[in-house]
Design a protein around this ligand. Structure first.
Ligand SMILES: Cc1cc2nc3c(=O)[nH]c(=O)nc-3n(C[C@H](O)[C@H](O)[C@H](O)COP(=O)(O)O)c2cc1C
Length: 216
């Protein structure tokens, strides 16, 4: 199969908006929430989808999409399987970066920091807010491990449905819960004409955020 398009010639000129020192908030979490609100209002397809990058003990990076579920005063919260590949990476190296790309708004946000598990009660509350089918799914899927077939997964799902049939509330598995990325670096990128994009970076030291502009 060959590509049917000349992908080298695909290019878009970005011209929707500007990001200026005057317009950006002094608090990067407020700036982030403002942009996320706009992404949601603009009905972008998955406004809370982010690319989470982690690194293994032997320094191999890997990345995958997860969904942002909260922006707390600590940072950016997402939920997953603690025994997954990302979970194992984070157990060894509790660092990561997350990237949002809101194409329709010509915006990217890059965030870096340390990552830790959220408190068990935060995971419990979110777990129980999910549809029962997703709760069963968290028990049935040994995320990131090799399985023999789709049927194996469906058999596990049926088993846990049966096991928990008499319970009003599916218990949260110990291997499933939230993480919070505590930001130390937050970069806001706004596409501009002629590839001369705006990049404003916030860096945290001693609980103070400083701000600078980077060349695109
Ligand atoms: C739009 C989208 C949303 C996703 N949301 C999550 C999520 O919130 N949590 C999660 O564990 N996996 C989520 N996934 C699946 C992950 O991308 C990934 O396949 C899974 O977490 C296993 O990753 P790992 O083997 O690197 O640990 C999502 C995938 C997509 C495409």
């Amino acid at each position: 199969m060959s590509l049917q398009h000349d992908i080298a010639s695909i290019r878009k000129n970005y011209s929707r908006q500007a990001l200026t020192e005057e317009s950006v908030s002094n608090n990067p979490l407020d700036q982030f929430k403002g942009w996320l609100n706009e992404a949601i209002l603009s009905e972008v397809l998955e406004p809370t989808a982010l690319v989470l990058s982690t690194v293994s003990a032997d320094c191999r990076p890997s990345a995958r999409v997860v969904l942002l579920k909260e922006v707390s005063s600590d940072g950016f919260v997402f939920f997953t399987n603690y025994d997954s590949r990302k979970g194992q990476d984070l157990a060894e190296r509790p660092l990561g970066s997350i990237t949002f790309f809101w194409a329709e708004l010509e915006r990217q946000v890059r965030i870096e920091g340390t990552i830790e598990k959220v408190a068990a009660d935060v995971s419990d509350t979110y777990f129980h807010s999910r549809p029962r089918g997703s709760q069963i799914g968290a028990w049935a899927s040994p995320q990131s491990r090799e399985i023999n077939s789709r049927e194996e997964l469906e058999r596990a799902e049926a088993k846990y449905e049966k096991d928990f049939a008499s319970l009003d509330m599916v218990p949260r598995p110990q291997h499933w819960g939230g993480y919070v990325l505590k930001p130390e670096y937050i970069e806001f990128w706004q596409g501009r004409p002629n590839r001369l994009h705006d990049r404003i970076v916030f860096e945290r030291a001693d609980d103070q955020w400083s701000r600078k502009r980077l060349a695109p």
